[in-house]
Design a protein around this ligand. Structure first.
Ligand code: SF4
Ligand code: SF4
Length: 121
């Protein structure tokens, strides 16, 4: 088990949150580097994609927008990091929080808050 620095509720929404492209993810359990990089407890979870393959997904109500899970060199990350999603996959982008909320709500066909939904569409 990895040490997590934050295990209390986020105080406010970040400017951006991490979004994982399930089609680009190498696979949860087989990789999980993003989970190792993330400082927030239970922020990146495993879930099955539309092809019944286990991939990682970010819970947008937990993500603090630090960008530590993002591939080194990916321009969407806010700052320096030592490692992240492998460059061969580069499956994670930082996306504006309101855009993620809109995308999740559109995918669910609802106008209510979808903060507890994974940041995947
Ligand atoms: S940006 Fe990535 S590492 Fe940082 S809290 Fe969000 S999911 Fe975790
Ligand atoms: S680090 Fe990237 S490829 Fe590996 S599990 Fe996370 S999202 Fe998938």
């Amino acid at each position: 088990m990895w040490t997590k620095l934050q295990n209390t509720p986020r105080k406010k929404a970040p400017r951006k949150v991490a979004v994982i492209d399930p089609g680009a993810c190498f696979g949860a359990f087989a990789c999980s580097i993003c989970q190792a990089a993330c400082p927030v407890e239970d922020c990146i979870v495993e879930e099955k994609d539309e092809n019944d393959r286990w991939v990682c997904a970010v819970l947008i109500d937990k993500c603090i927008g630090c960008g530590l899970c993002v591939t080194v060199g990916n321009p969407t990350a806010p700052g320096k990091r030592d490692f992240g999603c492998p460059a061969d996959y580069d499956a994670i982008d930082m996306v504006a929080y309101p855009d993620v909320i809109d995308a999740v709500e559109a995918s669910l066909g609802v106008a209510a808050s979808a903060e507890s939904e994974p940041a995947t569409t």
